[in-house]
Design a protein. Structure first.
Ligand code: PEP
Ligand code: MG
Length: 535
């Protein structure tokens, strides 16, 4: 039978070949029902089994992965969640149906309640529903996922992902899913190739597959030709990875030897443990949203201070640019963002939200000013649209600094710069001289310039950083930065994409901040470019 090739969306790069492991929809109905007392006992045991399995997985998880599991364990321990199921069992319904109906109702409530944060947690609830159903049916848990398997199905839950030993290889191929899901984020951090949005997948038949996480391809039952192409590609990828690891350790420069700065973007401080600081010129973007997404609620000053301190200590003398929280848009935070906006990407997002909630902003500014004593800290405002927002944020930063001074708390006043990601700023950047530096957010700049949302697959071809308008906006910001004497860098995904580096260099940009694993790749690509961006 010839190989079948399906194309979806890349969610995590890399190549893998392996046996298919279909992710079954669990029903819990393969057991025969007992008396209400037996059914109640069976449900209690199944909940305990599911909870114990999650706690075991939690022991090896950290960061956002651990937070998701903590939320799930807390939900399973919540008597209120299971109460309707136990009531239904007393009324004569068998345990699996009672649990499924109860959880389905709770999931619908999370999903349809109009709160984006709870909607995002609905899949975590689906996972605990299915775990309890599996335990009720006596089904083997995910420990049966063989090493190196290609997980294939509709979607995959974070807890299942975290329970698999990926050291032996493997990959994920989903008919649905999203590159911005929790699992996609975990897959990128662990280097697990992943493709989403493949459309309908065969329920049975193929036994082996190749996943191409860069190209967004799934090849089912690869024939000899596909396998030898895979072997060639993997050998090439291994050689490239070795050359990139070597290049990462060298200073970045163009073909003529002129220097370029390459910094890294950090989403979770846990990532830093595995990174050698000498590969980069500092941290160009810390997305502080990671602190605000924890189930424990909004972070207090001490929690924030400790997290910022850790990053400054890691960087030593190198600069660390910490962005104030960019909640809103596609990143809702309970207790902070505004629910029910008709177009959240154009709504109360980034600095707009921080200025609307000065009591929450104040906590972050105090933590940042305290951390500034311990390194080369720069603070950056997201989504600035008018110069008055910089003035207002500077006033609040000065007030936080004055409070700390009055209380005798060690502190420093970090420079305050801005993200250039709203086209209004990129068109007339000279009006934003109040900013100490500019960092171009090409992800948002592209979606706003193209009027095509960055998270809607149907308009993905329009949301293209390669549009000449984006390069023209960037060149304009570089020119204004030179005229004003302000440093200009770029921290959007465009800087880590080799296809766009000639345009960025050609626009005069000499500083980019990229995902840590892309540092070597970017340095190699820069070394082949002339100062005008020509290859
Ligand atoms: C950007 O918009 O390019 C950016 C770096 O910020 P984020 O992706 O977090 O919106
Ligand atoms: Mg942005």
């Amino acid at each position: 039978m010839p190989a079948i090739e399906l194309t979806g969306r890349p969610a995590s790069p890399g190549l893998a070949i392996g046996a298919l492991y279909p992710l079954a929809e669990r029903t819990g109905l393969s057991r025969s029902a007992g008396t209400p007392a037996e059914e109640s006992a069976a449900l209690t045991t199944a909940i305990a089994t599911a909870s114990a399995a999650l706690i075991a997985i939690m022991a090896g998880a950290e960061g956002e992965g651990a937070d998701i599991l903590e939320f799930q364990v807390a939900m399973l321990a919540d008597d209120e969640l299971a109460a309707p199921a136990f009531a239904a069992i007393v009324a004569g319904i068998e345990a699996a149906s009672a649990w499924r109906a109860t959880l389905d109702e709770a999931i619908a409530g999370y999903r349809d309640g109009g709160d984006a944060y709870f909607a995002a947690r609905a899949s975590d609830l689906e996972d605990i529903r299915d775990r309890v159903l599996a335990a009720l049916a006596g089904e083997a848990g995910e420990s049966s996922v063989p090493p190196g398997a290609i997980l294939i199905g509709r979607d995959v839950t974070p807890s299942l992902f975290l329970s698999v030993d990926w050291k032996a290889g493997g990959a994920i191929a989903l008919s649905e899913g999203s590159p911005s899901s929790h699992v996609a984020m975990l897959a990128r951090a662990r280097g697990v190739p992943m493709v989403v949005g493949l459309g309908s997948l065969p329920a049975s038949g193929p036994v082996e597959a190749i996943v191409d996480g860069d190209g967004g391809r799934l090849i089912l039952d690869p024939d000899a030709g596909a396998k030898s192409a895979f072997a060639r590609d993997t050998a090439g990828a291994a050689d490239r990875a070795a050359a990139e690891a070597e290049a990462a350790l060298l200073p970045a420069a163009l073909a003529d030897g002129s220097p370029v700065r390459v910094l890294i973007n950090v989403a979770e401080p846990e990532e830093l443990g595995a990174i050698d600081p000498s590969i980069c010129d500092g941290i160009g973007l810390v997305r502080t949203e990671f602190l605000f997404h924890r189930p424990a609620g909004l972070p207090d000053e001490e929690t924030q201070y400790r997290a910022y301190l850790r990053m400054l200590e890691w960087a030593g003398e190198r600069p660390v640019t910490i962005r104030t929280v960019d909640a809103g848009g596609d990143k809702p935070v309970p207790g902070l963002t505004i629910d029910g906006e008709s177009n959240p990407f154009l709504g109360t997002r980034g600095v707009r939200l921080s200025l609307a909630k000065p009591e929450i902003f104040r906590v972050q500014l105090r933590a940042l000013a305290r951390a500034a004593v311990h390194g080369n800290l720069k603070v950056m405002l997201p989504m600035v649209t008018v110069p008055g927002e910089i003035d207002e944020a500077a006033r609040l930063l000065d007030a936080a600094v004055a409070e700390l001074a009055a209380a005798g708390v060690p502190h420093a006043r970090p420079p305050l710069g801005i993200m250039v990601e709203v086209p209004a700023v990129a068109v007339v950047p000279e009006l934003y001289a109040a900013a100490a530096f500019f960092s171009i957010g090409s992800n948002d700049l592209t979606q706003y310039a193209a009027a095509a949302a960055r998270d809607i697959a149907a308009v993905a071809p329009l949301c293209d950083a390669g549009h000449p308008a984006v390069a023209a906006l960037i060149a304009n910001v570089v020119r204004a930065g030179e005229a004003l004497g302000r440093e200009v860098s770029l921290c959007g995904d465009m800087g880590g994409d080799r296809r766009h580096l000639p345009a960025l260099v050609g626009a005069g940009l000499r500083s980019v901040s990229v995902a840590p694993r892309l540092v070597g790749r970017v340095k190699r690509a820069l070394a082949a470019l002339a100062p005008d961006g020509a290859a």
